[in-house]
Design a protein around this ligand. Structure first.
Ligand code: FES
Length: 136
């Protein structure tokens, strides 16, 4: 059987735990014979890896220029108010984490929001809140 690459191992751990626990960082460092700091450096380079538990739904809202001129700021405010969390926080019930991020690659269709791996475009506050309400 082919050995998994370092990034594949990180993806597997992220999928298994929803984040990469401390003990797994130590295990990876030992396996690869590198420092824990180097493992942490790789993890922190990629935005899809987390070292702390996140919410069931990771909500990302783009605030780069094309979305910003289409009122992404209002969208962020509405979502923050609805979820009662700020950028970088997770709700008390661990259902949602919110991240205000750079371009999500749909610049002509802003404002744009992602929930986990699903992308929603041409949003307004009402549409975004309705989408969040559908998250069970
Ligand atoms: S600027 Fe928002 S998706 Fe690119």
């Amino acid at each position: 059987m082919e050995e998994l690459s370092f990034l594949e191992k990180l993806h597997n751990l992220q999928d298994t735990y929803g984040y990469i626990p401390e003990r797994e960082i130590s295990n990876l460092a030992e396996e690869a014979d590198i420092s824990r700091a180097k493992v942490f450096g790789v993890i922190s380079f990629y935005s899809m890896f987390y070292t702390e538990p996140t919410g069931k739904y990771i909500v990302r809202i783009c605030d780069s220029l094309s979305c910003y001129v289409n009122d992404s700021e209002d969208l962020v405010k509405a979502v923050q108010d609805y979820l009662e969390i700020e950028d970088g926080e997770t709700s008390k019930d661990k259902k949602f984490s919110l991240e205000v991020v750079e371009c999500l690659g749909h610049c002509g269709e802003g404002p744009v929001m992602m929930i986990n791996n699903k992308t929603f475009t041409q949003l307004n506050e009402k549409k975004a809140l309705n989408i969040l309400k559908e998250c069970k």
